[in-house]
Design a protein around this ligand. Sequence first.
Ligand SMILES: [Zn+2]
Length: 114
Amino acid sequence: MDTTKFKLKLETERQKLEEELTRVGRRNPSRPDDWEPQFTALNEQSSSQDEMADKFEEMEQTLAIQTTYENRLQEVNAALERVENGTYGKCTCGKDIPLERLEADPAASCMCGS
Ligand SMILES: [Zn+2]
């Protein structure tokens, strides 16, 4: 199987995800695959109730975005690992992943949901 174009797609996506993650958080210095959300500090003395509520909403959103990107990055990294060790196109359950699924999403699994 020719993995060249899938590898390119995966690497491009990984780069984008890392850029996005850098925007909402920072890389854990001791665990490069782990990202921590970064929030602007709350100033409780000068913040009104409304400002606090806005802030918490913003924090929740940041956390949700960060979780989404981080999960996706893990999938992309796992797929790139399969490219490297020559098992790309095989699902973790052992079945072949249909090519049209890989065309649509280069980090896809087969229909098993793993
Ligand atoms: Zn599977």
